[in-house]
Design a protein around this ligand. Structure first.
Ligand SMILES: Cc1ncc(COP(=O)(O)O)c(C=O)c1O
Length: 387
């Protein structure tokens, strides 16, 4: 049996008539950049995310970058984040000239550990409103939590810490549109600004690159709108140095068709995750693999379903050989990446991030999977681990 990690074709087939009509509409309008489709999408995604404003951006990476720019984070500044995430999280911090400050993750959720943020900040010096990292002399300006795999980080504690230290919070919600914490707050709506990605593999995927910033802060929203078009307002007058961070009409048209289906897709992913949880337990694999955490009261949208195993490499080869698509997110934590060697970290500085990078394995979880396919994945894992 073949169980791909992700197959976008069934989703396309189901919506083909609507999607093709939307693409044709854009072709016929010959309106390609920042037009009516983008405006409609911004309003719809903002509403969906529990925010007042949505600013359509060229990608999730650019959404992070422009959020940092809008908060005037740059040289001499530091931003606290997780080393166990996709590169863009810390890459954008470095690109604005700031220094990423890594703190470890909590093993249960793979998300940033609030106590580790607290411990780092306790080692800093307060000078008036400024928080200074004594090791570097840099000013700590913000926290960038990542809602990894579609599960919201512990935002109650993170927001409490941020308010005590007067730090800004940029949520990397690239993998997490529609997820919510136990209080029902949607990913991206809790910090100063949330950054979404519509990369095709995300729960809401475009036909190319696209992203969005969401916020409830009108001043910040106005700045983001301006920075998106080279800081220009009015035309050819530049108060700020921004960039070309525009999203195009074709992507927005596709996303406008897909957004009304997002809840049903995320619900199907949740059903698949529950199926895996129960099937692993039935197979007596509890403890051998650690399934992704149960969502409890929060809303996990399962952009990925990752198990952990100390025999991950064997498992990866075995599953691939049996026709099951798997992926390792992420094989090298960011503190060990060559481009961040200047930060001077040792592998064991963030033990849980290092362990996650050695143990985690993403299984197929996309909405259209059949139960027989899910069961096959579990049986294939059991065949190896229970030998
Ligand atoms: C956690 C995280 N942050 C940022 C990004 C960047 O998004 P994009 O690929 O749309 O630039 C991604 C997506 O790949 C991601 O998973």
């Amino acid at each position: 049996m073949k169980v791909p990690l992700l197959d976008l074709k069934p989703q396309y087939r189901a919506l083909k008539a609507e999607l093709d009509a939307a693409l044709l509409r854009v072709s016929e309008s010959q309106y390609f950049i920042l037009g009516p489709e983008v405006k409609a999408l911004e309003e719809a995604v903002a509403r969906y995310s529990g925010c007042k404003f949505g600013i359509g951006i060229s990608s999730g990476t650019d959404a992070l970058l422009i959020a940092l720019m809008a908060l005037d984070i740059g040289a001499g500044d530091e931003v606290i984040t997780s080393p166990y995430t996709f590169f863009a999280t810390a890459g954008t911090i470095a690109r604005v000239g700031a220094r990423p400050v890594f703190v470890d993750i909590e093993p249960r959720t793979f998300n940033i550990e609030p106590q580790a943020i607290e411990d780092f900040l306790a080692s800093c010096e307060r000078r008036g409103d400024a928080v200074i990292n004594p090791a570097t002399g840099g000013r700590v300006r913000a926290i960038m939590p990542v809602h990894l795999y579609g599960q919201v980080a512990d935002m109650t504690r993170i927001m409490d810490i941020a308010s005590r230290y007067r730090l800004r919070v940029i949520e990397d919600a690239a993998q997490a549109i529609g997820s919510a914490d136990a209080q029902g707050r949607r990913a991206g709506s809790i910090g100063d600004v949330g950054c979404l990605s519509f990369f095709p593999t995300k729960n809401l995927g475009a036909f190319g690159d696209a992203g969005m910033c969401v916020t409830n802060d009108a001043v910040l929203a106005a700045k983001l709108f301006k920075l998106r078009v080279h800081g220009m307002e009015p035309k050819y007058y530049h108060e700020l140095v921004g960039g070309n961070f525009r999203i195009d009409e074709i992507q927005a048209a596709v996303l406008n068709v897909k957004l009304p289906h997002l809840d049903s897709w995320s619900a199907a992913r949740q059903r698949n995750a529950s199926f895996y949880d129960a099937a692993f337990a039935r197979a007596g694999l509890a403890g051998l693999v650690t399934p992704a955490p149960a969502p409890g009261d929060s809303r996990h949208i399962y952009n990925q379903y990752c198990i952990r195993s100390s025999r991950r490499e064997e498992l990866r080869v075995h599953l691939s050989g049996a026709g099951v698509g798997v992926e390792i997110y992420y094989p090298l934590p960011l503190h060990m990446q060559q481009c961040f060697a200047y930060l001077g970290h040792e592998p064991g500085d963030f033990r849980e991030s290092l362990r996650a990078s050695k143990e985690s394995l993403a299984l197929p979880i996309y909405p259209e999977l059949e139960q027989s396919q899910l069961q096959y994945v579990v049986d294939t894992i059991a065949a190896l681990l229970k030998k």
